[in-house]
Ligand binder design. Structure first.
Ligand SMILES: Cc1cc2nc3c(=O)[nH]c(=O)nc-3n(C[C@H](O)[C@H](O)[C@H](O)COP(=O)(O)O)c2cc1C
Ligand code: SF4
Length: 437
């Protein structure tokens, strides 16, 4: 791998990296100072964000500067407006935002304040996954420290800019990471996604203009303001710019969250960063960016990890959370676990998703336990095609259908062999629990 400069995780290894003193001693809040004291205009910041080509790190990869520019001009639309930071981080395999929140919370707060200034808003809500108690407590303490230092609240740094940052804790539902489910939940309602349009920039939190951004997306903002959009755009590949956090898990020797520039190959990440496949085995299959992406084969590890290259391979970057499986892995069992997750997390509003996820889980279960029926693979395929693409209110149904379609395409013969033999030769011993299908 070519040498590259890290910037996202540099502070996270310092002792007491979560404190204001350490953050400021390492250049923290200088970008906010530049914005407020130079001063930069909101339009100038949005222009830098657009120039950087930063794409959202929450899964969909939408250009951040463009998203911010969708917020209506307050001169024409004086309604209150909000930024909601998506820290729900529940996509299986994904655990990158947690590192930022626990180890460098002021980086996120500074990013929120700059984003708020750029979008001319005064209230930011950070929606943290319910299970992330440490992230929540660390951020809460950091916000209190920042408020005491005049960095959050009224007249930030003694200027005319005021901004509050509020925290909200989720209650353990994956669907509350979907941006409209998140907003419903923040409003105190059941986290049921809303049909789009209207989009959040026009009708968001409490019906007001709102931008929803992922933690890592916002964390990039102070760096872009300090060093310029052109600097970020100089890193990476044609349509994927900057460094990104790659969470790698599964059958590798050194799972973890690593900072990497777009342009590295998946094989470089597995072999040089994550210490190779464990026990000297081979890679059989892998998810590039969480379980909602299409599975790829072990032979596909030479693909570059960026939006375009993964799309060309029939998958996607998602949250850049690689899940690696060795050659002893049962695909039926993996898919059973994944399907059960989506079945459990479906909010139930759309029949394709509510019924489809339940059937996917049942069928993968019976294949994995030796009770598969001769036409099960065909049924899986037709079920998944009935669920996606974009046939439901939100993309959870797609998230269940996409890995299913890839498993059926790539590992059809393995699934059919389980059915033919009336057992899964690769299945590990089962630990049954109450509620299993
Ligand atoms: C079912 C589902 C769950 C999601 N969970 C998350 C999540 O936990 N965190 C996140 O940032 N985005 C999640 N997203 C994507 C968000 O809807 C949204 O695209 C993202 O927060 C936008 O931020 P970004 O533009 O900065 O990437 C999820 C989407 C879906 C369909
Ligand atoms: S696709 Fe599934 S999770 Fe999304 S709104 Fe419909 S039922 Fe709910």
């Amino acid at each position: 791998m070519k040498p590259f400069e890290k910037y996202l995780l540099n502070r996270t290894t310092l002792p007491n990296s979560h404190t204001l003193a350490v953050y400021q001693a390492n250049g923290g809040y200088k970008a906010l100072e530049k914005v407020l004291k130079k001063p930069m205009t909101p339009a100038e910041i949005i222009a830098e964000m657009k120039a950087s080509n930063l794409r959202g790190r929450g899964g969909a990869g939408f250009p951040c500067g463009m998203k911010w520019s969708f917020m209506p001009d307050p001169a024409k639309d004086p309604r209150p407006r909000y930024l909601a930071v998506n820290a729900d981080e529940s996509e299986p395999g994904t655990c990158k935002d947690r590192v930022l929140m626990e180890k460098d919370p002021h980086g996120l707060i500074e990013g929120c304040l700059i984003a708020a200034y750029a979008m001319k808003l005064q209230a930011v809500y950070i929606y943290v996954r319910g299970e992330y108690r440490k992230s929540y407590d660390t951020l809460l303490a950091a916000i209190a420290e920042a408020r005491k230092a005049g960095l959050v609240g009224k007249r930030v740094m003694g200027t005319d800019f005021s901004c509050e940052v509020w925290m909200h804790k989720g209650a353990g539902a994956y669907i509350c990471g979907e941006e409209t489910g998140l907003m419903e939940s923040l409003e105190g309602k059941r986290g049921h996604p809303r049909p789009k349009p209207p989009f959040p920039a026009g009708f968001g939190l409490w019906g007001q203009p709102t931008t929803v951004n992922n933690v890592e997306t916002i964390f990039n903002v102070p760096f872009i303001v300090e060093r310029g959009g052109a600097w970020l755009a100089s890193i990476g590949t044609q349509n994927s710019k900057g460094n990104f956090l790659c969470g790698i898990s599964g059958h590798v020797n050194k799972p973890g969250v690593y900072e990497l520039p777009f342009g590295v190959t998946a094989r470089e990440i597995v072999d040089e960063v994550a210490g190779g496949i464990w026990k000297g085995r081979k890679c059989k299959a892998w998810f590039p960016g969480g379980s909602s992406c299409a599975l790829l084969r072990g032979e596909d590890l030479d693909v570059v990890l960026d939006h375009d290259s993964l799309r060309a391979k029939g998958s996607s970057l998602g949250t850049a959370a690689m899940i690696v499986m060795d050659d002893t892995t049962s695909i039926a069992r993996v898919m059973e676990i994944i399907a059960r997750f989506y079945d459990h997390e479906s909010c139930g509003q759309c029949s394709q998703c509510r019924e489809g996820t339940q059937w996917l889980a049942q069928i993968f279960h019976r294949i994995a336990t030796g009770h598969g029926k001769p036409d099960d693979v065909a049924t899986l395929e037709s079920l998944a095609k009935g669920m996606a693409p974009a046939k439901t209110i939100c993309a959870l149904a797609d998230a269940a259908a996409i890995p299913t379609l890839s498993a059926v395409r790539i590992f059809k013969s393995e699934l059919e062999e389980c059915i033919r033999q009336a057992k899964d030769p690769l299945a590990p011993p089962r630990i049954e629990y109450a509620g299993a299908h």
